[in-house]
Design a protein around this ligand. Structure first.
Ligand code: ADP
Ligand code: MG
Length: 333
């Protein structure tokens, strides 16, 4: 029960409808897992992690007006709220298991809730993630999801392990979500098919779970790309105390990106919201990674190498320096 601030209009009191909504939308159609001893409906969930594993725990918030427009398709918001968390688990090499959902809603709009749940639960079912709890409050639209998965601590893909000589690889075609948001002038050559593809890349990112699991014991460091390839790779470099050279002509481009050749490299390096994985692999493991990647549903491309001297250098094929413009997204910049 919230405090009543005397100077403000009191928020609506907790009514039965809050519990009806939880029951109707969140309690009924959840993925069943045997490690959920007690799910939604009590003060806490009771969860049983397997022995000999660590719990990988993450949380991400989507705020209306910051991460999506308030009138955006709620099904896409439901998908993305879970997807960005599963992407963090992927980047850690963790197997997803459980999620909690804190929803702040401006109104009890059941059409919105039903669509949100379609997006959220379709993805949850794809990865056998059980929703085990959450919270519902009244206020400006905001969605926080917490997710947990399993990974033996010794096999977790941290940001700290990149070493001199490791190769830098990336899944998929980074920059597509950024191109979806680029100015009309940048996108003038795109077909309707390109635009639909880019919008799906922005709204329905696929967490690279299988890729993260396959990279256990092979990658020395990994991160998921939420703020732009150059910036997120920069986190690996700082944490690992190394530098890197990227060969910008090797950046994998989707057909839509390739249709915007003037801006393609800049957007592939700085566009955020793709949720691809960027990771480092020592040369002796490259063959294993490439054979596992043959079965992936996305590209896996070697784009650079870890250097001993700090900083990120971008080179073109002819050896000239590609000037890296200011980085990806920063909420407080
Ligand atoms: P409490 O007051 O003890 O925090 P609540 O009344 O807020 O519990 O919630 C009742 C039950 O419903 C709890 O098990 C809680 O985890 C679950 N719950 C509440 N909101 C959500 C939601 N948006 N999604 C999933 N579970 C929820
Ligand atoms: Mg309680």
């Amino acid at each position: 029960m919230p405090l009543k601030a005397s100077s403000q209009a009191a928020p609506p009191p907790r009514t039965d409808s809050e519990f009806t909504l939880i029951e109707r939308y969140f309690e009924s159609h959840i993925t069943q897992r045997r490690d959920v001893l007690l799910g939604i409906g009590d003060d806490c969930a009771l969860l049983q992690a397997p022995e000999n594993t660590s719990l990988a725990a993450t949380m991400d918030t989507l705020v209306a007006g910051v991460h999506f427009l308030a009138d955006a398709d709620p099904e896409g918001i439901g998908h993305k709220a879970l997807a960005v968390n599963l992407s963090d688990l992927a980047a850690m090499g963790a197997q997803p298991a459980w999620a909690s959902l804190a929803l702040t809603l401006p109104a009890a709009d059941e059409r919105w809730l039903a669509a949100f749940c379609r997006g959220f639960f379709a993805l949850a079912e794809d990865y056998q993630v059980a929703l085990v709890g959450g919270d519902m409050t009244h206020g400006p639209l905001c969605i926080s999801v917490q997710a947990q998965g399993f990974v033996p601590a010794t096999l977790a893909l941290r940001r700290t392990g990149a070493q001199f000589g490791d190769r830098i690889l990336v899944t998929g075609t980074p920059g597509d979500a950024g191109l979806a948001l680029a100015p009309r002038e940048t996108r003038r050559n795109l077909t309707a098919e390109h635009i639909a593809y880019l919008q799906a890349r922005l709204d329905k990112p696929l967490p690279r779970i299988q890729q993260g699991l396959d990279l256990r014991g092979l990658a020395t460091a990994a991160i998921d790309i939420s703020d732009g390839l150059a910036q997120d790779l920069g986190h690996i470099l700082e944490r690992s105390g190394v530098g890197a050279t990227l060969y910008v002509d090797r950046l994998p481009l989707s057909p839509a990106m390739a249709a915007c050749p003037e801006q393609a490299t800049a957007i592939a390096l700085t566009g955020g919201d793709d949720y691809e994985l960027c990771f480092t692999v020592p040369p002796r493991h490259l063959g294993s990674v490439q054979s596992l990647a043959a079965a992936w549903d996305c590209a896996c491309t070697e784009i650079g190498v870890i250097d001993a001297s700090p900083g990120l250098r971008c080179l073109r094929e002819d050896g000239t320096v590609y000037p890296l413009s200011p980085n990806g997204y920063d909420h407080f910049a």
